[in-house]
Design a protein around this ligand. Structure first.
Ligand code: ATP
Length: 148
């Protein structure tokens, strides 16, 4: 009887994180956790084809024992069994985040929220606060990793 050809299952995923300005990540990884609009979703190699919009949130990816963190602000994710493409409007790697800038942005947004104003101004301030707090959280991950 003829043997059925088998494919080696692919054990890695190619992760690409792209913004309108640049390609931030192009790396083979073991797992991705992305901030979908409907909630975080995890992807392992072999995942079925899937499309999602992204919210303001943290992107995590693991290579072996190492987990990397990024802030992602809106965009889309496309998942195939071998690849995850994150097309983000804005994204930063944890190590590229300017913590003082994020701290200043939090203070500005909080002051704006305290002042109040038109609903659109309040909404804008809430989004600024969410973005800045996310950047603080993602930057903090590095401190924890370094045991600081
Ligand atoms: P800020 O109020 O501090 O200027 P912002 O929320 O207005 O920030 P965005 O519009 O979200 O900034 O982003 C504009 C650009 O600045 C993007 O390229 C983004 O990656 C970068 N950026 C914003 N904040 C930071 C930060 N804390 N560290 C590194 N890059 C940042």
């Amino acid at each position: 009887m003829a043997e059925t050809a088998t494919h080696e299952p692919s054990t890695k995923l190619l992760l690409e994180v792209v913004t309108p300005d640049k390609l931030l990540v192009s790396e083979y990884v073991d797992q991705v956790i992305a901030p979908g609009s409907e909630g975080d979703f995890g992807v392992l190699p072999g995942h079925c084809h899937f499309l999602s919009t992204l919210r303001i949130g943290e992107l995590q990816y693991r290579v072996g024992e190492r987990t990397a963190y990024m802030s992602v602000l809106w965009g889309f994710a496309e998942v195939t069994p071998q690849k995850v493409t994150i097309l983000a409007e804005i994204a930063e790697k944890a190590e590229d985040i300017d913590v003082e800038r994020a701290q200043a942005a939090v203070a500005r947004a909080e002051a704006r929220l305290e002042r109040g104003g038109l609903p659109s101004e309040v909404e804008e301030a809430k989004i600024s606060l969410e973005k800045a707090r996310l950047r603080q959280k993602v930057a903090e991950r590095l401190k924890h990793q370094r045991g600081l």
